[in-house]
Design a protein around this ligand. Structure first.
Ligand SMILES: Cc1ncc(COP(=O)(O)O)c(C=O)c1O
Length: 463
């Protein structure tokens, strides 16, 4: 075990140490390699070293360098090292954290981590939470709570509302929760890509008039396309007046609420009935940790309530002690709380607040400088740490602009220092920059601005 662990940690730490020098997007044109790897389960054992060689030297590099400093694509990943240590401990000790009685003290650590998230988001003490595998599953559980609370068994008449810019996990989660596509309204957005509240109110009115039951609004605290924050306060008011559940998808953006100076950007967030936040985004953890907070913790418990299984122990005091299996769909599970707990204990909350505020500063700086590059037109200023733009020139058609902006993203990425991806909103292709990795510092923002300027100049020379 010592030998194997040494071999793995040496490789892993070397890998982390060279992240900054790795191309920001690995060579992912790997169909042939992927095909060549298909094999039947081996009958005979293999030594570890050659497997590690192939993993670290051949296979891991054939991927997006998502934990690297130059990854400004999609929503950047994290990868705090102590989380890996927490997983190692969790996996080697392999204690059962599905039910409270099996590991009461360990489960308490997870409950503490959820309480920290609750406090940072200004949620009340009545709130309960759940660690999930990611934001998608947090959104799913939120929709389930709202459905259970507001519709009971009358699911088919229930209608939910979100914006045209909502993450696609909302539509998927709705379906999983038994709310079919014809009961999910995509409300239009304003010129800053934020949900139009008057259009939302109108949609609710129309559905009520048709005998349907509006029950849920899902707003975004930072959309994936352009980083737009919906008018959370106004939506909270409307939901209160209409008696609807308000879920805020803060998978990308909620972590910014940790920094007191940034709270006005997310005003109204703590009024949500439920909130998705993703420690594997804004808290910089490795992939595999999402979280959900539900203001009235009883609603989360009710959504997962079934008659007690006769072979399981009973919880002594369900109000005082947290039991993961009473708050979510999983029974046997890993120990996601330990990753969060250990990272916060080792680094301290202040460090997280400072880091998230720094990412916003870097994004503001990048946006200001990129907006001054000839040919760049800003479409979305950074509300948090994400902004969007396109390339234009006199006489360009929409198709020309879309093709050039796509070429800009690809060209910058091909240069290797930063990886950028765009998105399509209506008929426009938008270039994007999202700053969220804890490893992204000023030097990489400088590189990003240089590469966008150089690539834009090359593209404009050709038109
Ligand atoms: C706004 C938003 N919601 C939900 C999700 C889904 O989260 P996950 O990928 O953790 O399932 C994402 C992912 O990027 C997101 O940006």
């Amino acid at each position: 075990m010592h030998r194997m662990t040494r071999a793995v940690t040496e490789r892993s730490i070397d890998h982390i140490a060279t992240l900054a020098a790795q191309p920001s997007c690995g060579d992912v044109g790997a169909e042939t390699l992927s095909r060549s790897l298909r094999e039947a389960a081996p009958e005979e054992p293999s030594p570890l070293e050659p497997l590690l060689d192939r993993l670290f030297d051949e296979w891991i590099p054939r991927s997006f360098t998502a934990p690297g400093p130059g990854y400004l694509a999609y929503i950047p990943g994290g990868g705090l090292f102590p989380a890996a240590l927490a997983d190692f401990i969790a996996d080697t000790t392999n204690r059962y954290t599905g039910v409270w009685q099996a590991s009461p003290v360990l489960v308490q650590l997870e409950a503490n981590a959820l309480d920290w998230l609750r406090d940072w988001m200004d949620f009340p003490r009545s709130a309960r939470g759940l660690f999930t595998t990611g934001g998608s599953m947090a959104n799913f559980n939120a929709i389930l709570c709202a459905r259970e609370r507001h519709l009971g068994t009358d699911i088919r008449r229930g209608v939910m509302y979100t914006s045209t810019q909502a993450h696609h996990s909302i539509a998927k989660s709705a379906r999983l929760a038994g709310v079919f596509a014809d009961r999910v309204r995509s409300v239009e957005v304003d010129e800053s890509f934020r949900m139009r509240v008057e259009a939302l109110a109108e949609a609710i009115r129309r559905d009520r008039a048709e005998g349907l039951i509006p029950f849920l609004v899902v707003s975004s605290a930072g959309t994936t396309n352009t980083g737009a924050v919906d008018p959370l306060e106004m939506i909270a008011d409307l939901c209160a007046a209409e008696g609807l559940w308000h879920h805020v998808d803060g998978a990308y953006g909620a972590a910014f609420y940790m920094a007191p100076a940034l709270r006005p950007l997310l005003a109204g967030l703590p009024r949500a009935d439920s909130l998705t936040l993703d420690p594997h985004k804004g808290m910089f953890l490795p992939y595999g940790t999402g979280a959900l907070l539900v203001r009235d913790g009883e609603a989360l418990r009710a959504a997962h309530h079934v008659p007690h299984a006769g072979y399981l122990p009973t919880l002594p005091d369900a109000d005082e002690f947290y039991d993961p299996s009473l708050h979510g769909p999983d029974l046997s599970r890993g120990f996601p709380g330990l990753r969060v707990w250990l990272c916060v204990k080792l680094l301290g909350a202040a460090r997280f607040r400072a880091a998230i505020a720094e990412k916003r500063e870097l994004a503001l700086d990048a946006a200001a400088r990129i907006s001054r590059i000839p040919g760049i037109v800003m479409d979305a200023e950074p509300q948090l740490s994400l902004f969007a733009f396109h390339l234009s020139w006199p006489g360009a058609t929409r198709d020309d602009e879309n093709a050039a902006t796509r070429a800009l993203m690809d060209g910058v990425t091909a240069r290797g220092r930063v990886m950028l991806t765009g998105c399509t909103v209506d008929d426009r292709y938008l270039g994007r920059v999202c700053v969220l990795s804890f490893r992204t510092r000023r030097d990489r923002i400088d590189a990003c601005v240089e590469e966008v300027a150089a690539e834009a100049a090359t593209l404009l020379e050709r038109v």
